[in-house]
Write a protein that binds this ligand. Structure first.
Ligand SMILES: *[C@@H]1O[C@H](CO)[C@@H](O)[C@H](O)[C@H]1NC(C)=O
Ligand SMILES: *[C@@H]1O[C@H](CO)[C@@H](O)[C@H](O)[C@H]1NC(C)=O
Ligand SMILES: *[C@@H]1O[C@H](CO)[C@@H](O)[C@H](O)[C@H]1NC(C)=O
Ligand SMILES: *[C@@H]1O[C@H](CO)[C@@H](O)[C@H](O)[C@H]1NC(C)=O
Ligand SMILES: *[C@@H]1O[C@H](CO)[C@@H](O)[C@H](O)[C@H]1NC(C)=O
Ligand SMILES: *[C@@H]1O[C@H](CO)[C@@H](O)[C@H](O)[C@H]1NC(C)=O
Ligand SMILES: *[C@@H]1O[C@H](CO)[C@@H](O)[C@H](O)[C@H]1NC(C)=O
Length: 799
């Protein structure tokens, strides 16, 4: 038994206007602070759905997402962030910082650089909701923040009497030309001592990629009369109007702290000053224009309301009846959905790299993380946004020659495995993401990934294509004369390239290109070339009994060796990253990668000794902690039981991880959220429709709620999944029988047409596994021979 504080809440139907006593809906359960400690790296500040402006506090500590729910000191408030990233912190440019006054009214007595100005928070003062964040600093300055699409708005409330000795209230607000990872190169700031406007720019490095980017700001203040203004450099201050900081174009290191400041008389209203910071990647002028257009009057409460409404609209496409289940699930669920819509960020009109009428989204951070669950969930909830994202990917291809695998701040990000934008595009195709998409171009982009090796395949495309075509695998210690990249991950790249080729085969078939279909279907089987049939695996010297694992293989065909549990939580988990000392698998073990054949699970099951052995091996991997669910690769492994005719075990496994690893606490996700990957995994899993990305396949498991309905924005139809015999203690987690629109339904998987056409899937659940969904003809499509032996035609059976 788990949990069990029953709630009496149940969902009310679409009441959009705020009314007293209105029943709570999804928005009311979102806790943006989930995942803000212990490596979740979630950005909890104020943002609109997919908004470019993301206002939040920044800490000197675990600050990948800016803020952390711990005791680390606050160094400022900045206006753009990424959420959940794993590597170095991202953006956080041009932080502002408030001082209630300077001691003895001496400007130099105020601290300017971040290590001197950093200040504790008042514990317990944080309040966060989508579009709004509130925190009080130890100086008794309360900082509230909200945003429009490109502009951050802060409401700073100062104490009547500053805590610093011999200091009268005369707020000083500084703005530093810096970012979170401290990568600033050139920078400049202009201070208008008449209006108090601060404008400027800086060039910075992306947090997980190559190149650099320039960002611009425009800050204005309201609520108090300006006294004086100036610039600072290190801890010295100069009153004056314009400072240009030049650091000889070197990115990094940051040479010295620098920025500007404005000081005010005692504010006229409630000791409050509003700070409005417009952002742009084009120019200072555009940063000011964004701010003036979006927030002409600095209206704070109204802006919070607009943000709330925007989030309610996004979240309200899902309705749940929670059936009295613990609020832990309800909060984790809605917060997960919320986090899925923080990024990618809509930078349309803010792309300095090329001129185009196409949309431009950024912060695809990274597609290796997002193709599995983020994009499939966006496809369900916001197909329009997903369409614009796919069009962006294609516009990147059009102008930069390759699809991105990771992209942030207008820079190319690092590729972790395969060319997984291929999967996003195939997934979109099969799920009616079509409007304005040039499919001819899309197909060309996929074929380019498969055929043309770029000079630097660390940031786009694939490496080792010559071997891929000739030998049918990426050899360990490959010799590659076509391009350069990090020569590691031969096993993980092989299985990812194989699946990338699989989805290309699916599209080739759709587009009537039979020759390509045969070619890429053939290459999709390349995983077999690294399968060493007699490889065994031991843990602490004790043989696991399982035989046959992916293993390193050299160009001459002989096998190398990598302990199958190496880089799992059991053995040196941190040894398989993107570094020259990395090994033949990426962020996971041979155990894990041996299960990655999403296009042809039937052959994999046969290769591993049939469905019973397969299930035993999968159980063993989960039970012995060989798979780490805090890494995106773990997600699909929860549901592979469906292919072996044991959908009940997928459900059991989902309940094994939720809520023990995904819950409503501030530490409630097991790994970096990676722009909402953990959030989308828990949301899809709790809805009972986890997808096999790149295919028209959703695995059916019982929802964690009595019912879940999704309104499709393209067709206006609603699809409802309802549990019969739902029990809120979640003992009844096995499907006994199912009906789709009143007719018996025995397949253990669904197609996207259900969501487009609407209808009701009714699942009768019970406490024991049943025969439902277990027959060979019930399992999701594969190439054969175990299972239905469906040909790929079945995947396109939209009837
Ligand atoms: C307090 O500040 C004022 C200026 O505001 C200064 O003239 C005075 O000397 C200061 N007193 C002390 C004790 O520092
Ligand atoms: C933000 O931008 C999106 C996309 O252009 C737009 O639909 C939305 O209305 C904007 N939101 C606000 C509050 O202006
Ligand atoms: C400074 O601001 C004032 C008041 O808005 C304006 O008249 C003036 O042109 C500005 N100065 C510069 C150099 O932009
Ligand atoms: C194949 O290549 C590997 C790695 O270079 C080498 O260790 C091995 O001896 C070679 N095997 C044969 C049969 O040449
Ligand atoms: C919540 O999730 C976190 C992260 O996975 C985990 O460490 C913690 O034990 C979970 N808490 C509960 C009460 O299940
Ligand atoms: C696909 O989406 C379009 C809108 O983009 C919609 O008009 C159409 O009905 C959808 N197709 C299906 C089969 O639902
Ligand atoms: C699967 O289908 C193919 C093509 O129709 C056929 O050749 C093969 O014998 C079938 N395999 C099994 C196990 O039924």
């Amino acid at each position: 038994m788990r949990i069990l504080i029953a709630t009496t809440w149940s969902i009310a139907v679409a009441v959009t206007n705020a009314q007293p006593n209105r029943a709570k809906t999804g928005y009311d359960y979102v806790d943006p602070l989930i995942g803000t400690i212990n490596g979740g790296h979630v950005f909890p500040g104020a943002t609109l759905p997919f908004g470019m402006a993301k206002a939040g506090p920044d800490v000197n500590g675990e600050n990948q997402g800016g803020f952390a729910s711990d005791n680390s000191p606050i160094i400022g408030f900045s206006h753009m962030h990424d959420s959940g990233t794993g590597g170095s912190p991202s953006m956080g440019n041009f932080p502002i910082f408030p001082h209630p006054g300077c001691q003895n009214d001496d400007i130099n007595a105020c601290s300017f650089n971040y290590w001197e100005r950093q200040i504790p928070r008042v514990q317990g003062s944080v309040r966060a909701q989508p579009g709004y964040f509130d925190i009080t600093l130890a100086s008794q300055v309360r900082a509230e923040m909200t945003v429009t699409n490109r502009t951050a708005l802060y409401r700073l409330t100062f104490p009547e009497t500053p805590l610093t000795r011999n200091t009268t209230l005369s707020p000083l607000i500084l703005l530093e030309l810096s970012d979170l990872p401290q990568t600033r190169g050139n920078g400049d700031i202009a201070i208008n001592a008449t209006s108090g406007r601060l404008t400027g720019s800086g060039s910075f490095l992306p947090s997980f990629g190559i190149g650099s980017y320039t960002s611009y700001f425009c800050a204005d203040f309201k609520g108090a009369k300006l006294r004086r203004a100036g610039a600072f450099s290190n801890s010295r201050n100069a009153q004056g109007s314009q400072v240009t900081i030049v650091t000889e174009g070197k990115n990094p290191p940051l040479v010295r702290p620098a920025g500007g400041w404005v000081q005010f008389q005692k504010p006229t209203n409630n000791n409050q000053i509003l700070a409005r910071v417009g952002m742009s990647f084009i120019s200072e002028k555009q940063a000011c224009a964004n701010a003036e257009r979006e927030l002409p009057s600095f209206e704070f409460d109204g802006t919070v309301e607009v943000a709330e409404k925007a989030w309610r609209e996004k979240l309200d496409v899902i309705k749940i009846e929670d059936g009295g289940v613990s609020e832990v699930f309800v909060k984790a669920f809605w917060s997960g959905v919320y986090r899925t819509m923080i990024s990618p960020q809509d930078y349309t009109g803010e792309n300095p790299l090329w001129t185009s009428d196409e949309p431009y989204y950024d912060s695809f951070y990274c597609i290796w993380d997002s193709f599995r669950s983020i994009h499939p969930l966006l496809t369900l909830l916001d197909p329009h946004a997903q369409t614009l994202m796919v069009r962006t990917l294609l516009d990147v291809y059009r102008h930069e020659g390759k699809l991105p695998d990771c992209r942030m701040s207008h820079c190319k990000g690092f590729t972790q495995g395969g060319s997984n934008a291929d999967v996003v595009i195939a997934d979109a195709y099969f799920k009616n993401i079509t409007a304005g998409i040039d499919w001819k171009l899309a197909y060309e982009a996929l074929i380019s990934d498969a055929e043309i090796e770029p000079p630097n395949w660390d940031v786009e495309g694939r490496g080792g294509l010559e071997s891929w075509k000739k030998l049918g695998y990426i050899p360990t210690e490959n010799v590659d004369l076509l391009g350069t990249g990090l020569e590691t991950r031969s096993i993980s790249r092989t299985v990812e390239y194989a699946y990338n080729d699989f989805v290309i085969a699916l599209l080739a078939k759709e587009f009537g290109n039979h020759a390509d279909y045969i070619k890429y279907l053939g290459r999709s089987g390349n995983w077999k070339n690294m399968f060493k049939a007699d490889q065994t695996s031991a843990i602490n010297g004790v043989d696991t009994g399982f035989v046959g694992f992916l293993q390193p293989r050299y160009m001459n065909g002989t096998w190398g060796f990598q302990d199958p549990i190496f880089c799992s939580p059991l053995l040196e988990i941190h040894s398989c990253y993107l570094n020259p000392q990395g090994h033949e698998t990426y962020e996971g073990s041979c155990w894990l990668y041996t299960f990655y054949v999403p296009g042809d699970m039937a052959h994999l099951i046969e290769t591993l000794g049939g469905p019973d052995t397969f299930v035993q091996r999968l159980d063993f991997m989960h039970d012995k902690n060989i798979v780490y669910i805090g890494d995106e690769q773990g997600f699909l492994k929860v549901f592979l039981y469906h292919y072996a005719g044991r959908p009940g075990l997928s459900s059991k496994r989902a309940h094994f991880y939720i809520p023990s690893q995904f819950n409503d606490t501030i530490g409630g996700i097991p790994g970096n959220d990676d722009s909402g990957a953990m959030g989308s995994f828990e949301a899809l899993t709790m809805m009972g429709i986890f997808p096999n990305a790149g295919q028209d396949v959703y695995f059916i498991t019982p929802p964690f709620f009595k019912s879940v309905s999704i309104l499709n924005q393209q067709t206006g139809k609603t699809a409802t999944i309802r549990s019969v015999n739902f029990d809120p203690s979640l003992e009844n987690i096995y499907i006994q029988s199912a009906t789709l629109n009143g007719k018996e339904y025995t397949r253990n998987w669904l197609q996207h047409s259900f969501f487009l056409e609407g209808g009701t899937l009714e699942l009768t659940v019970g406490p024991e596994e049943s025969k439902w969904g277990t027959r060979p003809e019930d399992v999701p499509p594969s190439l054969g021979p175990y299972g239905s032996n469906r040909t790929l035609n079945a995947m396109f059976d939209r009837a």
